[in-house]
Ligand binder design. Structure first.
Ligand SMILES: Nc1nc2c(c(=O)[nH]1)N[C@H]1C(S)=C(S)[C@@H](COP(=O)(O)OP(=O)(O)OC[C@H]3O[C@@H](n4cnc5c(N)ncnc54)[C@H](O)[C@@H]3O)O[C@H]1N2
Ligand code: MOO
Length: 390
């Protein structure tokens, strides 16, 4: 059995960055910039007032100085004349500075009678003028890859990039397998349970930027699995859940192999998630996750999320582990790397007693996976352990 790191390295080899497409800037939030973009204008395109007040020449600015108002400049409407000594232009925030003026006295610092103002307060040295191009200039670059956050969207819009090049969303097809499964909202029979794993995985991978297609549940027959794989055509990544182990009804591997799976590996020295399989199937990467809900979701965190990030062109991660002090002692670990469900708060981490891989309630109460190396000895309260935030 290979290690978790080896498995992740092999999984990342199964996928590549997707192609670049253009989307309207209004739809680019949360997408990943796929190519560098360059501003084709300066912002602001002119020296602009940053305050409401009076535009004058700085040489004349002192307390008690008087000026005659010769016109007005507003945002979007420049004053076309030129300011001479002893003159001022009424100006508003965002307006272009008139020729001959390089200082705005804020209106709180003047008194006005008719078209004459007198500076009544000490105006200070801040000019209240934003130079042209102070925010960005022609040629300012936003570099790919970059997960586009709201401020980036505003910046792209300000640069007049109406169509943004983004990496196409990787398409992930999710196939739940098992005769016992029914969809949420259906009426389960006495031996049936609700399919939950694909819903958790969908939420996880959608949040990371994938387009997730949830396919109908495949039954434990070759024909049903073949149909499900057929419906997954066109996906970049096909993920099955369940049927990965050694039982008589665990048909995913034989069916995938009959359909051309070139297997990269099967089984990882980890807990939960041991019976994970992966390979290439036609144009897609294929990952067969174990069916136990916690195994499926932990593998989603450790393996599928990095694959999605790689397909988006982002650093695949996962982010480096953090450290916290154990709140209570724990026994020694077995031969598999163990990702233990835990809750961390204020630097202290509590590992849940029951680590069975069926317990979604425990996973939902967790915000961390403590990473126990193989054969890690027993640890005392206060000992530092590594964990991944989830
Ligand atoms: N003799 C052995 N038995 C098992 C081994 C082993 O090495 N030798 N490995 C165990 C481990 S570890 C795991 S993990 C499971 C993996 O089994 P499968 O991938 O074949 O999964 P299933 O048998 O189909 O299901 C396991 C469990 O999970 C439930 N399940 C399945 N799919 C879903 C779903 N979409 N939503 C919710 N729950 C699901 C299923 O009902 C089962 O209860 O094998 C061990 N056995
Ligand atoms: O993946 Mo299994 O659930 O190791 O426990």
């Amino acid at each position: 059995m290979i290690t978790v790191d080896e498995a992740r390295a092999r999984l990342l080899q199964l996928v590549t960055r997707g192609p670049v497409e253009k989307v309207p800037v209004a739809q680019a939030a949360g997408r990943v910039l796929g190519a560098d973009v360059t501003a084709t204008r300066d912002q602001p395109p002119f020296a602009a007032s940053s305050m409401d007040g009076y535009a004058v020449h700085s040489d004349e600015v002192e307390r008690h100085a008087m000026f005659k108002i010769i016109g007005e400049a507003a945002a979007g409407k420049r004053f076309s004349g030129s300011v001479q000594p002893g003159q001022a232009v009424r100006i508003f925030t965002g307006a272009p500075m008139p020729a001959g003026a390089d200082f705005v006295v804020i209106q709180e610092d003047v008194s006005r009678k008719g078209d004459v103002i007198t500076i009544t307060e000490t105006p200070g040295t801040k000019s209240n003028v934003r130079p042209a191009g102070v925010d960005f200039t022609v040629g300012t670059k936003l570099s790919a890859p970059r997960l586009l956050m709201p401020a980036d969207i505003a910046l792209l819009a300000a640069m007049n990039i109406a169509q943004v090049p983004v990496t196409r969303k990787p398409v992930v097809a999710l196939i739940a397998t098992g005769d016992e499964l029914v969809m949420p909202g259906e009426d389960p029979g006495p031996e049936q349970i609700i399919a939950s794993n694909t819903f958790g995985l969908r939420a996880m991978l959608q949040a990371d930027g994938a387009e997730v297609r949830m396919l109908p549940i495949a039954r434990d027959t070759e024909a049903s699995l073949r149909t499900a794989f057929g419906l997954a055509a066109g996906a970049d990544l096909v993920v099955t859940v369940g049927g990965a182990s050694v039982g008589d009804h665990d048909l995913v591997a034989p069916v995938a192999e009959a359909l051309g799976l070139e297997r990269s590996f099967y089984k990882i020295r980890m807990r939960p998630g041991k019976p994970l399989m992966a390979g290439r199937m036609g144009d897609a990467a294929m990952v067969g996750l174990p069916g136990n809900p916690v195994s499926a979701l932990v593998c989603g965190h450790l393996f599928l999320r990095p694959m999605v990030r790689r397909m988006l062109g982002l650093d695949p991660g996962p982010p480096p582990p953090k450290n916290a002090a154990l709140a209570a002692p724990i026994g020694g670990n077995g031969a598999r790397e163990h990702y233990m469900r835990a809750h961390v708060q204020d630097g202290r981490i509590t590992i849940f007693d029951n680590q069975d891989s069926s317990l979604l309630s425990v996973l939902a109460a967790s915000n961390a996976l403590v990473v126990r190396p193989p054969d890690d000895p027993a640890r005392a309260a206060g000992d530092m352990v590594s964990y991944l935030a989830i």
